[in-house]
Ligand binder design. Structure first.
Ligand code: 13P
Length: 249
């Protein structure tokens, strides 16, 4: 039985002091031992967020990480900077990073490998554009993203990974994928993992849905057999996030 994992992706929102205030506000609302809860926050807020989340069930994650150990990479965050402060999760390859910061399937793969090397669980994002959905190539496109992201990743590592299926057309638009649309792709992702590795790895890996998830649609999405959690943007910055985390109560 896979434990659900519900992660907030704060994107470029909240100053460090606002982050602390929001965590203090949400802490009692997101208590649910049946779910892994992760807040992925801007790098500058990771340390104060860790401090604020102490003693709660909230894990603090990063929104990005570079694939080199150290050196002349101005503005980047190295994996050991994250592990040094206790970060266990990092979002890799969000569509916004692919669109605005030129990340590719190849850099996603490098980051995934580097995260595993440092014992950080990657939340690996994939998802099609509206045009690709209309062209009927969604599954082909996602399979390619997954196959490249997992190049040289061992089955043992893959079993611990988190994949976030986020249709680009559903992100920040209020246009959630229907639970059937989300399930179709999440099931295809699991089948792809089974093809690359084996059934046991596919059964272990956790697959989230992301894209306008909110308190009103979370329970239906999370009831689907291949949807093991959510990656939540806008609604993770509000008390509503507590309702998403407690979708089963
Ligand atoms: P929204 O929940 O705001 O649509 O964002 C989804 C997302 O991109 C999470 O990574």
């Amino acid at each position: 039985m896979r434990k659900k994992i519900i992660a907030g992706n704060w994107k470029m929102n909240k100053t460090p002091s606002e982050a602390v205030a929001l965590i203090n506000e949400l802490k009692p609302l997101v208590a649910n031992d049946e779910v892994d809860v992760v807040f992925c926050v801007p790098a500058i807020s990771i340390v104060p967020a860790m401090e604020a989340a102490k003693g709660s069930n909230i894990n603090i994650g990063a929104e990005n990480m570079y694939f080199e150990e150290s050196g002349a990479y101005t503005g980047e965050i190295a994996p050991n900077m994250l592990t040094d402060v206790g970060v266990k999760y990092v979002i890799i390859g969000h569509s916004e990073r692919r669109d605005y910061f030129a990340e590719t399937d190849e850099t996603v793969n490098k980051k995934v490998l580097k995260a595993f090397e440092h014992g950080i669980t990657p939340i690996i994002c994939c998802g099609e554009s509206l045009t690709q959905r209309q062209q009927g190539v969604t599954i082909d496109f996602i399979r390619q993203q997954i196959k490249i992201a997992f190049l040289n990743v061992t089955a043992e590592q893959a079993a611990t990974a988190v994949i976030a299926y986020e249709p680009i057309w559903a992100i920040g638009t209020g246009m959630t994928a229907t639970s059937d649309q989300a399930e179709e792709v999440c099931a295809a992702i699991r089948a792809c993992i089974a093809e690359i590795y084996d059934e046991a790895t596919a059964a272990a890996i956790r697959i989230q849905y992301g894209g306008s998830m909110n308190a009103g649609n979370a329970a239906e999405l999370l009831a689907k057999p291949d949807i093991d959690g959510g990656l939540v943007g806008g609604a993770s910055l509000k008390p509503d996030f507590g309702k998403i985390v407690n979708y089963n109560k």
